[in-house]
Design a protein around this ligand. Structure first.
Ligand code: NAP
Length: 480
């Protein structure tokens, strides 16, 4: 298999120091899809020093010129969307239908970010409102890029989550060193090619392939890096927080997202939404429905409506348009999920459907009577299973919804406006969906969790803000 080189500065190349390579394989059938370099210490150094030089060059490029390059990259991403979709589907085991949906959002994310990069407005400060200060002083704020941004992304949305970092960072005038997930580097390299082919200056973007366990500490602890944008597990996020030192951090981490079903809910709507929201991308979505908290008066009817819909999800070859759910990212992950379901059953929960593994696939699963304090509810599952428990009243439903270490997103199904308002006030989550599940995202909206789910927001407007620094300028005139 030919080597797909990584990007360092402006060069597509192999690993300098080590010369090591590794294969990228299909989680569906183990086929070798490509070969990428395994970056080492020397490559990290080369990427960071290229980024330092690139950051200087890019920062002095006017916003309108940066926007022009990004808009060209967006056009290329649109033109290449169907090829990128095939790469996503092959290396992530995601159905081609979902992969096409993901790839088709690329151009729009870049365009949204390109626009936000031209909107770096500041404020005028009313300094004369400060006691003792007259009208002779003028104060205002200026935004500037952070400099070198390290972006580290997970496997589950290998295009979307790469672009939600790259596009705003570049639009705001930063240089970026990207370390994509080891299982899905080919998508990241294909996207990087859109920016390079659009005319991004040398040094402004590097993509290092290889293991995060070896490269991560070197990247995040380097003093040349001013900003780290990480999406992945809470455990790695915590490690990065310890290693980073004084840097700006955006962390999009794990979750165990709840959905509350009130007695006045539309159960047909709720069951259809959960049958999608718990199983998209085989449940490997940070905003996947992991927990359903149903009122006992409707729990049975909800399950009766949910189970046949889940049983109708067709497992199979991710590249076939007829497939409704693909694989987990590795067979090891599939086995971990199977064991979690089996442990929940051993603890007294009832598996109503699913729970079986075949290679890297796990059948879509519904588990009822789940103890809300059990690991099956508390720990992030990241697999195709929904845990259903009951709550007698509002207080205990909200207590359960808020009762994990996470706070990424939540949903509630109710026909009562007062209940909906109370939910948006009392549920501690970064997004609250009324009459839908947490599994919904518009690329322009602020997106990010509370508690153990992270720090900061993505979404182009907010990411551009987080990828810039605010300076205060004061002009000291003379009293007249
Ligand atoms: P992961 O294992 O934490 O890996 C994420 C990234 O971190 C990968 O690129 C990984 O590289 C890298 N990494 C590994 N060790 C590192 C280290 N010591 N220092 C720095 N980086 C390191 O997560 P994943 O399994 O890919 O993704 C699943 C997780 O992402 C779930 O917890 C999910 O909830 C979370 N997620 C959160 C959001 C959100 O918006 N909140 C969105 C999507 C996913 P390697 O691949 O080479 O190990």
């Amino acid at each position: 298999m030919d080597l797909t080189p990584m990007l360092i500065g402006g060069d597509w190349r192999s690993a300098v120091g080590t010369g090591r390579t590794e294969n990228v394989t299909s989680p569906y059938d183990g086929a070798v899809l490509g070969t990428v370099p395994v970056a080492g210490k020397d490559d990290v150094e080369a990427a960071l020093s290229a980024a330092e030089a690139g950051a200087g060059r890019w920062r002095s490029t006017p916003a309108h010129a940066r926007m022009k390059i990004l808009l060209r990259a967006a056009e290329l991403a649109d033109q290449r969307a169907s090829d990128i979709a095939k790469i996503i589907s092959a290396e992530a085991g995601k159905t081609i239908t979902e992969a096409s949906g993901e790839a088709s959002r690329s151009g729009e994310i870049i365009r949204l970010a390109a626009f936000e990069g031209t909107q770096l407005y500041g404020d005028t400060l009313p300094l004369d409102a400060n006691r003792g200060t007259g009208l002779e002083k003028v104060g205002f704020t200026l935004r500037q890029p952070c400099g070198v941004v390290v972006a580290i992304s997970p496997f589950n949305y290998p295009a979307l989550l790469v672009l939600h970092k790259l596009a705003p960072a570049l639009a705001a005038g930063n240089a970026v060193v990207l370390k994509p997930a080891r299982t899905t580097p080919l998508t990241a390299l294909a996207l990087a090619a859109c920016f390079v082919d659009a005319g991004l200056p040398e040094g402004v973007l590097s993509v290092l392939t290889g293991p995060g366990g070896e490269l991560g500490d070197l990247l995040v602890s380097d003093p040349r890096v001013r900003k780290i944008s990480f999406t992945g597990s809470t455990a790695i996020g915590e490690r990065i927080t310890r290693m980073a030192g004084v840097k700006k951090l955006s962390l999009e981490l794990g979750a165990s997202c709840p959905v509350i079903i009130m007695p006045d809910a539309d159960l047909e709507l709720a069951s259809s939404a959960v049958a999608a929201g718990g199983y998209v991308n085989a449940g490997q979505v940070c905003i996947s429905v992991q927990r359903v908290i149903a009122h006992p008066a409707v729990s049975g009817d909800f399950l009766d409506a949910l189970v046949p819909k889940v049983e109708a999800i067709r497992l199979g070859d991710p590249s076939s348009p007829a497939t409704g759910m693909g694989t987990l990212i590795t067979t090891g992950e599939a086995e971990r999920v199977r064991q979690s379901i089996a442990a929940a059953a051993a603890g007294g929960a009832r598996v109503l459907t699913g729970g079986e593994r075949d290679g890297s696939m796990v059948s879509p699963t519904v588990v009822a009577d789940v103890d809300p304090s059990s690991p099956f509810a508390q720990d992030e599952l990241f697999g195709p299973a929904v845990a259903v428990s009951t709550a007698e009243d509002w207080e205990s439903a909200v207590r359960q919804a808020n009762g994990t270490a996470y706070g990424l997103a939540a949903g509630i199904f109710t026909s009562d406006v007062a209940g909906a308002v109370r939910a948006m006030r009392e549920i501690d989550a970064g997004s609250i969906h009324i009459n839908w599940t947490p599994l919904w995202r518009a690329d322009l909206m602020p997106y990010g969790g509370l508690k153990g789910s992270g720090i900061g927001k993505e979404g182009p407007r907010w990411a551009v803000e987080e990828m810039t620094e605010l300076k205060t300028v004061i002009l000291h005139g003379r009293p007249w």
